[in-house]
Ligand binder design. Structure first.
Ligand SMILES: Nc1ncnc2c1ncn2[C@@H]1O[C@H](COP(=O)(O)OP(=O)(O)OP(=O)(O)O)[C@@H](O)[C@H]1O
Ligand SMILES: [Mg+2]
Length: 327
């Protein structure tokens, strides 16, 4: 058992934003929770959070956490599951309110409301609302570590291209503003005043852009952020991980290392094994060899396949011991 993951945390204390990326179901949530547990037990204040509507943190901690803000799990450890749908609705309401304030309507005109509803159904809007929630979490609070429990790889890549997505969304708002010029004129005539809204809106957009740039700087800054890839010893997963790593390089997201999960215990081989298991182990050995050839010294840990799912603190603690203690 290697303890390099521990060394990464200990030798790089400025890396306070931690993420585990990887394809679906490989163990991202498990490793996020296990690292959170270990860091908290080292006396660090840790927030483990997710924006995944699947509520996996509720599952792993066996508690209802969803949409409740940071919930204390144990000393120094909080977990938070953002209710993304609620964020999206809040977003829409905010936009409506701004339009009302800005144009002095008492009611959002139906066409504009339809427009807002349509724009909100856009993935870009959804992702922006979610990204915004993430930005809120990482710019607020006084935790030593923020561990972001990511959704599967494809989506995670999408987040990483978020700055671009956000740009599109902002362009859309700008276009909405153009569309509303006609209302501007009507409203101004009715109120007999010049509109001063232009600067206000531009100010808002600039503010949003700056926030995004600041947080995408954090997420791509190897000094402050550790991004680990979870891989398992299986052929397709290894191939996909290599492709994903290339994509991440394209987005300038530095990969801090690989964690190999679900490694069958080595002592199994000593026993009198049925052929099925013997084959599985031989296959796994071959793929471990491939992982070693492909990722080599970037592998930080080999995590054993436990005899049951990792749920509940005692199980997380057991895995943390296997993962972080010198054994
Ligand atoms: N080393 C392990 N030993 C035993 N079970 C494991 C191990 N790692 C993960 N699991 C189990 O595998 C399942 C999937 O793990 P997990 O939820 O952490 O994956 P994920 O990558 O977060 O999935 P998703 O992509 O859906 O978010 C869970 O039931 C978890 O308990
Ligand atoms: Mg998960």
């Amino acid at each position: 058992m290697t303890t390099s993951l521990r060394r990464v945390f200990e030798s790089q204390p400025d890396r306070r934003y931690i993420m585990f990326g990887g394809k679906g179901g490989l163990g991202k949530t498990t490793l996020s929770a296990t690292s959170a547990f270990w860091l908290a037990s080292q006396g660090k204040r840790v927030l483990l959070f997710s924006v995944d509507p699947q509520a996996s943190l509720s599952d792993i901690f066996e508690r209802d956490i969803f949409g409740r803000g940071p919930v204390p799990i144990m000393e120094n450890l909080w977990a938070q599951e953002v209710d993304a749908d609620r964020r999206i609705r809040e977003y829409q309401d905010e936009i409506r309110k701004k339009i009302l304030d800005m144009y002095g309507f008492d009611k959002v005109p139906e066409e504009i409301d339809n427009y807002i509803a349509a724009a909100s159904a856009e993935p870009a809007m959804e992702e922006s609302a979610i990204f915004d929630a993430v930005v809120d979490i990482i710019v607020q609070g006084d935790y030593d570590y923020y561990i972001y429990d990511l959704v599967p790889l494809g989506h995670a890549l999408y987040y990483l291209s978020m700055a671009k997505v956000y740009d599109e969304w902002i362009n859309k708002i700008t276009r909405l503003r153009e569309d509303m010029r006609q209302y501007d004129q009507v409203a101004a005539t009715m109120r007999r005043e010049e509109t001063v809204a232009e600067d206000q809106i531009l100010g808002e957009l600039t503010y949003i852009k700056e926030r995004i740039n600041a947080s995408s700087r954090i997420l791509t800054d190897a000094k402050r952020t550790a991004f680990f890839f979870v891989v398992v010893p299986e052929n397709m997963i290894i191939l996909d991980t290599k492709k994903a790593a290339a994509l991440f390089a394209k987005f300038d997201v530095p990969i801090s290392g690989y964690v190999v999960n679900r490694v069958l215990p080595a002592d199994l081989t000593r026993e009198n094994l049925p052929p099925y298991l013997r084959n599985r182990i031989a296959m796994q050995e071959r793929y471990l060899g491939e992982i070693n050839a492909g990722f080599g010294n970037q592998v930080l840990a080999y995590v054993p396949e436990m005899e049951r799912d990792i749920t509940g603190l005692p199980m997380i603690e057991r895995l943390a011991r296997r993962l972080f203690d010198e054994v």
